[in-house]
Ligand binder design. Sequence first.
Ligand SMILES: [Zn+2]
Length: 403
Amino acid sequence: MIDDTQTTRSTQRAPEQHYDLIHRADLEALAELRSANAPIFSLYLDLHPERKQAEPPLTRFKNMLRQAEQQLRPDQHTRTYRAHWNEEAEHLRAWLEEQQPLPGRGLAVLSGQSIGLWRAFRLPVPVRDRLEVADRPYLRPLATLLDEFEHYLVVLIDAGTARLIAVRLGTAEQIAEVHGYVPPATGDVVEKTGHRHDTYLHKHAKYVIERAEEIWRDQGGDWLVIGGTEEALGELRDQLPPALRERLAGELHLSPQVELNQILERVLEIARAQERKIEAQRVEDLITAAYKAELAMLGLEATLLAIVEERVRLLVVEEEFAQPGWECPSCGFLGATRLEICPLCGMTLREQPDIVEVALQRVLEQHGEIEVLRSSESRQALAAYGRIGALLRYAYTAPPSEE
Ligand SMILES: [Zn+2]
């Protein structure tokens, strides 16, 4: 049983810290959206204070809009399409004006009025300026953030207190605090303080772990970081249940009393190291599997084929990799080499300015995982193999021959 008198729930959320988290399920739902006859606008803005000052977001939006108009020529489309385009552009402009000064470090807005789409993500981390207008939302920056910033639960403990902190999208939030845990033993056992202290620490750590498990269950987490003063941390470490131990990313030798920002800084160091390690591991797994001709594809064309066959379990792709390609509007075939006609169904293929983005969305739709490579080591390792690859769900086996 959890006794609430021992725990103070404090969310400590200052107004300027109100951010929108990106959830995987959200991205999967967004990846399914299409709009055949009206454009969908995807706007990303870098709101880093220096950037904001150098060039106001609204000005940058207007410049990007002008570029999009020159490239995509809405004036050559139907009158309805043009009307939708103008309505969308005006809606975004008015919204940006109304929201000044824009909060956060980054902004992502996905808008398609004709299909009832309006999503704005206020992000605590910067994103690169970008405006995409297409028949679907452009999701790669959001998918990249989701991959880069996994959720961390941090548990810091000392002899009498503990703090439980969530680190998401590069920001820290205190979820719970445990203090004044009173050891149950009193009176004539005082001379056995050494022993009593052990028991007390043991119970305190046990209680803190129960709280951590509860939060992990309720809020979900990718990785755990534990820390604190030596003796208490030892108790915590010893008692970690296997499910949490498996997700342990690192330890901090920090008192729970230190500033939240200081804790965040240290956790982000662990997170960066963890992400680099995972990237390197996944690239290695991918290349090894491909060499053994086991459930893996390397290079754009082979990877696209695996996506069309809905076999991708994990897509590994370099962050900046983009290339034009061809998509079949009827059966979903994807190709990287120029073809007029779909080899699967004979329809006329549609050119896509960035087939890698289409690939990424398909994998999201198919509930596959995505690893976006950002570290230079991992990018170099995969560069020689075509900058993209996939681990597959199952091997293709020829159907049994009928006899
Ligand atoms: Zn086709």
